[in-house]
Design a protein around this ligand. Structure first.
Ligand SMILES: NC(=O)c1ccc[n+]([C@@H]2O[C@H](COP(=O)([O-])OP(=O)(O)OC[C@H]3O[C@@H](n4cnc5c(N)ncnc54)[C@H](OP(=O)(O)O)[C@@H]3O)[C@@H](O)[C@H]2O)c1
Length: 440
């Protein structure tokens, strides 16, 4: 059998230790599949004395990730430290510059520096593989990069953050308010002490920017993503969605439009019978729309040590076999700067929830403002029974009345302008809630 592939592993946290375990438990199978074994030879983390649930005595300890990356005794660097800066960035750059392939799960690094790192990898003729960086155990990077080479993509969308999907599922199924649900998710370890990166949509945006780049051949640019989180979603919205045949999900959506590539992350109403609507809890899912195919939806674990390690090990197996694909599926020089479609030009259906002041002419004023922007209403529901948000007292005689509107396809610009006019007219209380609808 050929020489083993010698791995330098930087980062021994949730994913790093799971990679050690998976390489061990799958040793014989991997050797049979790849024609050679894959062996960790040296490791690195912040603290040498920290107790970990894997035996590290067999591996050489290296203090500095960049020193590990340049170590002549390793064939490949696995970077599982995280973060878009040093030491992860320096370690990856050092390995690539030394002509060593890199496997990483680091979405932050890829989203911020993906194109530059791809150029470096290409220049040195080595692989830069990052299956684990998006949707954990779901092989979506390979699907976009290799599995559908003959197709053009029109839209990629998905549930890319398990924390948000867990919270929305729990709110809907168990009638918990957002704050209550967040406290529970933190207690169970699904949400960080500072949850804003997840619940405000930034984690999803980083992952979406990587998928958009793979699908559309554009340079990764997380700043081109429009981002809205789920913290404004209330039980009233989830109830109304259910009644109207929808479910609310935090989606990352990348679409090719005439105005350019639209990348957006926001709470989204999806038809209740769609594949993506069935995905509950911490599970992730990605739907790919490509020409010549009916949509493909991949569903699976988006995070967790073992799920993520399975993607890392799969990338290592490619390297052991000598498979090298351009990091973003095409030569870096062929990746174009993103032509960002402005969010104002987004077109689709909208859910709008307003608290209309209970006085003569309110409904007529709202209807007039929407009509002025050529917004047609598919359905309208006036609710005297749903809960108020922000201290208003809807449904009481003389109090504001919740009005829920579903529009036919219109533009973001039209909706924003119509609602701004409605607010100026002072016929509603508080801010309108707006949720975009994504049809399958
Ligand atoms: N956890 C998941 O479910 C998941 C899913 C998909 C992708 N990812 C990605 O996988 C990567 C690793 O995530 P994780 O959850 O395993 O993180 P983690 O548990 O926090 O582990 C990070 C590791 O990096 C080490 N480290 C931090 N700073 C270092 C430094 N200056 N020098 C050397 N080592 C350093 C830490 O050392 P100590 O242990 O000594 O502190 C730790 O072993 C991240 O990019 C993350 O986004 C994670």
């Amino acid at each position: 059998m050929a020489e083993p592939l010698k791995v330098g592993l930087a980062g021994l946290g949730t994913v790093g230790t799971a990679v050690v375990r998976l390489l061990e438990s799958g040793r014989d199978k991997l050797a049979a599949r790849c024609g050679r074994s894959i062996a960790v030879v040296a490791v690195c983390a912040r603290s040498r004395s920290k107790k970990r649930d894997v035996d590290l005595k067999r591996f050489r300890w290296v203090e500095d990730p960049a020193v590990l990356a340049a170590d002549p005794a390793i064939d490949v660097l696995v970077e599982l430290i995280g973060g878009d800066g040093d030491p992860a960035k320096r370690a990856v750059e050092t390995a690539l510059a030394a002509g060593k392939p890199v496997v990483t799960a680091n979405k932050a690094l890829l989203a911020r520096h993906g194109h530059k790192l791809a150029i470096l990898a290409e220049r040195r003729g080595v692989a830069l593989d990052f299956e684990a960086s998006v949707a954990g155990g779901i092989p979506i990077v390979k699907t976009l990069r290799e599995g559908l080479n003959g197709n053009s993509f029109t839209r990629i969308y998905g549930i890319l953050n398990g924390t948000c999907n867990y919270m929305l599922s729990r709110m809907e199924q168990d009638r918990l308010a957002f704050d209550e649900c967040l406290r529970e998710a933190q207690r169970l370890g699904y949400a960080e002490a500072d949850p804003s990166f997840d619940v405000e949509g930034h984690d999803t945006a980083q992952k979406l920017s990587i998928l958009a780049s793979l699908a559309f051949g554009t340079k990764v640019d997380p700043d081109a993503v429009y981002v809205e989180g789920i913290s404004s979603i209330t039980l009233a919205d989830l109830d109304a969605a259910a009644e109207l045949g929808y479910r609310v999900k935090l989606l990352g959506v990348a679409v090719k439009t005439e105005a350019g590539i639209e990348q957006r992350v926001h709470p989204t109403m999806v038809p209740k019978d769609s594949a993506i609507a069935q995905v509950m809890g911490v599970t992730n899912a990605v739907t790919v729309d490509a020409d010549g195919l009916t949509p493909i939806t991949l569903v699976g674990p988006g995070a967790g040590g073992m799920a993520t390690a399975s993607a890392v090990v799969s990338d290592l197996a490619d390297i052991a076999r000598g498979v090298r694909t351009a990091p973003f599926g095409r030569p870096a020089a062929r990746m174009t700067a993103i032509r960002k479609a402005p969010m104002q030009r987004h077109e689709g259906g909208y859910y709008i929830r307003l608290l209309a002041r209970d006085r003569p002419g309110s409904a007529a004023t709202i209807a007039r403002r929407l009509a002025q922007r050529k917004i047609s209403i598919e359905s309208i529901v006036q609710r005297h029974d749903i809960r108020a948000q922000g201290g208003a007292q809807p449904g009481r005689s003389g109090g504001p009345v919740p009005v829920i509107l579903i529009t036919y396809a219109t533009s973001e610009d039209a909706v924003r302008k119509a609602l701004a006019a409605v607010r100026r007219d002072r016929v509603i209380s508080g801010r309108p809630q707006v949720i975009r609808i994504e049809k399958n």
